[in-house]
Design a protein around this ligand. Structure first.
Ligand code: 6PG
Length: 243
């Protein structure tokens, strides 16, 4: 399902509202809320809104467990670090128990760091299914999501939940949830805004493009929902009324 909004601010507000609703529903039903945060710049405003009223009061932070969909293997104080962005915009401003926040840490070899995060997830989800209540994702102009980049081996990964990725065009290693892990979620929500994303969103949603070329097409929840929150600039190549 695609919901089109007037601008990026409206997308961010809708994402914050959805986060709060899913959190309250999950805690009421299962006593906890588990979410994998997106990195990059798009979700930043949603995180800022969640740190403010009304969301600051609406979300059951004491029962919320934070994970990440991916991380860049850079120092924790590097402005490119996804966890740093989430701490600065949201996690430093809400009463979430620190032990319930699980950043991906690239403090070993990328392979060892991926294995360590996978072990953490398998301990948290002992039934063998990483069924996050919510996974937030962005969309890169080249069709990547999380750190599932075109042409990388991780796109074929069917068993592992977390993998290391060498992103040649960035000269950087990253850690990422695999598509197999993301697809176990109860709900996956893409946040996409800006006219730069219009071509890739158009290709992705209109054409039957090979997932090796547009990795975001690998995201098909096995037994969960898939929702696109996009602004009208990004949706320019889609024919649908905006909300
Ligand atoms: C990352 C993200 C990545 C991001 C897209 C879109 O760590 O970079 O996980 O998948 O969501 O690259 O990035 P923007 O939101 O900055 O456009």
């Amino acid at each position: 399902m695609i919901r089109i909004f007037h601008d990026a601010e409206a997308v961010s507000l809708a994402a914050a509202e959805l986060f709060a609703a899913e959190a309250r529903q999950a805690v009421q039903a299962r006593g906890r809320f588990t979410i994998a945060l997106a990195g990059g710049s798009t979700p930043r405003r949603s995180y800022e809104l969640l740190a403010q009223d009304p969301f600051h009061k609406l979300v059951p932070w004491q029962k919320t467990h934070i994970f990440w969909g991916d991380e860049r293997c850079v120092p924790a104080d590097d402005p490119r670090n996804n966890a740093l962005m989430a701490y600065r915009t949201l996690l430093d401003h809400v009463p979430i128990p620190p032990k319930q926040v699980h950043p991906m840490v690239c403090d070993q070899s990328p392979q060892q760091a991926a294995a360590a995060y996978e072990a953490l997830l398998r301990d948290f989800f002992p039934d063998g299914h990483p069924r996050f209540d919510l996974v937030l994702l962005g969309l890169g102009e080249n069709g990547h999501t999380a750190s599932l980049f075109p042409g990388t081996a991780v796109l074929k990964e069917q068993q592992r939940w977390v993998a290391e990725v060498s992103v040649a065009e960035e000269g950087m290693h990253r850690l990422t949830l695999t598509a197999a892990a993301i697809n176990q979620a109860a709900l996956v929500v893409f946040l996409v805004s800006g006219s730069v994303k219009a071509p890739i969103l158009g290709k992705l949603l209109k054409e039957a493009e090979d997932p090796r070329i547009i990795p975001a097409r690998l995201i098909k929840p096995v037994d969960g929902g898939l929702l696109w929150l996009v602004d009208q600039d990004a949706a320019r190549q889609l024919r649908q009324r905006k909300e």
